[in-house]
Design a protein around this ligand. Structure first.
Ligand code: NAP
Length: 259
């Protein structure tokens, strides 16, 4: 049974970088996202004599599709690393006019699918001699986020879940790591309609590759939480010393759009 790495949200951004890092280490890869054409292009880029790549398109906002992905991914394969990277958000107040689809999809992908794959992955790894699960949370998980309330709440969920399950699995040979990046140069901001946000004027987003590399290295070392970048570390730490209402007020200013 060969060893495999499963990367969700591998069609672009951080997910594609995780895939490149794993392939450079000679790891076989299962790539998933909805955009089959982009996954196939990445598979063509990364496939080699020593690296096998399998593409399994799936929509992780659909729990049944997440279950199908897991069954297909695990067929005859030992999965030793899972990168739960797929995620999305939407800028705007929760009560703004408009549908509910974007919020629901964010919750389904960022929390439900992530929990499902963490559970199935941990069960599988316990049976197969260990492994590492890397859950991509965010510095958003440390603070409430007016104008991106659902996104911040899903990332708080991902962070809390990862830390708790890491403790449950302590000493088992299976590790869970939460990666908490700050603003990172990917398609995320356009997809989330975040253009013009003050946050993006305050700090230059980090490049995707070093963020993915830091998360990957932390996961292979079994670290529990990794926050990338000095400013982001301050951002993550400062709420611990401040009243929550003040933190939420400042977050509102930062997450708002400049007029
Ligand atoms: N960029 C940042 O500033 C930043 C900061 C902190 C944390 N993060 C987190 O980092 C992770 C990666 O984001 P990114 O910045 O690389 O954003 P991105 O470039 O927008 O990539 C998001 C990925 O998620 C996939 N995805 C979205 N909806 C999906 C669905 N319903 N089913 C399956 N896959 C889906 C997308 O693929 P398809 O569209 O092909 O399905 C894409 O591969 C996310 O969890 C995000 O929350 C990002």
């Amino acid at each position: 049974m060969d060893n495999w790495t499963l990367v969700t949200g591998a069609s672009e951004g951080l997910g594609a970088e995780f895939a490149r890092i794993a392939a450079a280490e000679g790891r076989n890869l299962i790539l998933t996202a909805r955009s089959e054409d982009k996954l196939n292009a990445l598979a063509d880029e990364l496939r080699s004599d020593t690296v096998e790549i399998v593409v399994i398109p799936a929509d992780l906002s659909d729990v049944d599709d997440a279950a199908r992905l897991w069954i297909e991914a695990g067929k005859g394969r030992r999965i030793e690393v899972i990168v739960n990277n797929a995620g999305l958000g939407r800028h705007g107040a929760l009560a703004d006019q408009g549908g509910w689809a974007r919020e629901l999809n964010s919750i389904m992908v960022n929390t439900v699918a992530l929990t499902y794959l963490t559970k199935r992955g941990a069960q599988h790894m316990l049976q197969h001699g260990g492994g590492a699960i890397l859950n991509v949370a965010s510095v958003a998980g440390f603070i409430p986020g007016p104008n991106m309330a659902v996104y911040h709440a899903t990332k708080a969920f991902a962070l809390s879940l990862s830390e708790a399950v890491a403790e449950e699995l302590s000493g088992s040979g299976v590790t869970v790591t939460a990666l908490c990046p700050g603003a990172t140069q990917t398609e995320f901001f356009d997809a989330a309609d975040m253009g013009g946000m003050r946050l993006l004027k305050l700090a230059k987003p980090m490049a995707a590759r070093p963020v993915a590399q830091a998360g990957w290295d932390a996961a292979l070392r079994g670290r529990r939480v990794i926050v990338t970048g000095l400013l982001n570390k301050l951002f993550a730490f400062s709420p611990r010393l401040s009243p929550r209402r003040l933190v939420t007020f400042i977050s509102d200013k930062v997450m708002g759009k400049a007029r």
